[in-house]
Design a protein around this ligand. Structure first.
Ligand code: 13P
Length: 239
């Protein structure tokens, strides 16, 4: 049985003060949850988030990392730095990083290896664009991303979480139907040599999370917009 994991990706939202305020409401809302609960705020909010969630069942993650431990890499953050700041998780290969910041399957693999070497739990994202879906290429795109960024992990594959995020459903309000998401999850699972959790991401909200979570191959959600509001993400966690 795979334990449900509900993770919030705050993207480029919230200051440290707003982070503190969020957790003062959110932590009590989810304290009785039996699900894994993770929030990935911007780097500058991690210290505030770790402090505000100390002793709770909420864990904190980064949204990216660089694959070198340290060096002359202006603007980058390493796995050991994230770990030292109290983060336990890290999102890797989000479609926004692939689309706007040149992320490739090869760099996804490098980052994932670095995250595992540092002792972080990676949430590795895959997903097709609208044009790719409409061209009937969903499975071939997922397979290319999987073969390039995930499969070479070998035995370490068991230590990651995969997030299926169809690009056309991110921030658009267009959620994949539970059946569409299930089909993609089942396909990804057919490629996997081991049992890992596969999260769905793309316009997950309190009113659609239950339908998605009722699918056999959907093990959780990676939530953007609805994770910014404590009451709303509390409802997602307590689906
Ligand atoms: P939304 O929930 O805002 O669509 O974002 C999904 C996402 O990209 C999570 O990583």
């Amino acid at each position: 049985m795979r334990k449900p994991l509900l993770a919030g990706n705050w993207k480029m939202y919230k200051t440290p003060a707003e982070t503190k305020e969020f957790f003062s409401v959110f932590v009590p809302l989810v304290s009785a949850s039996a699900h894994d609960v993770v929030i990935c705020p911007p780097f500058i909010d991690i210290a505030a988030a770790v402090e505000a969630t100390a002793g709770s069942n909420v864990e904190i993650g980064g949204q990216n990392l660089y694959w070198k431990n340290e060096g002359a890499f202006t603007g980058e953050i390493s796995g050991p730095m994230l770990l030292a700041s109290g983060a336990k998780w890290v999102i890797i290969g989000h479609s926004e990083r692939r689309q706007f910041f040149g992320e490739t399957d090869a760099t996804v693999l490098d980052r994932t290896k670095a995250a595992l070497a540092a002792g972080l739990k990676p949430i590795v994202c895959v997903g097709e664009t609208l044009a790719e879906r409409e061209a009937g290429q969903t499975e071939s795109v997922l397979k290319t991303q999987f073969d390039g960024g995930i499969l070479p992990l070998g035995d370490d594959l068991a230590k990651i979480v995969i997030a299926y995020e169809p690009v056309w459903a991110i921030g658009t309000g267009k959620v994949a139907t539970p059946e569409m998401a299930q089909a993609a999850h089942a396909y990804l699972r057919s490629l996997l040599p081991v049992d890992v959790r596969i999260l769905y991401g793309g316009s997950v909200k309190p009113d659609n999370v239950t339908g998605l979570m009722s699918q056999p191959d959907i093990d959780g959600a990676l939530v953007g917009g609805a994770s910014l509001d404590a009451a709303s993400f509390g409802k997602v966690v307590n689906f």
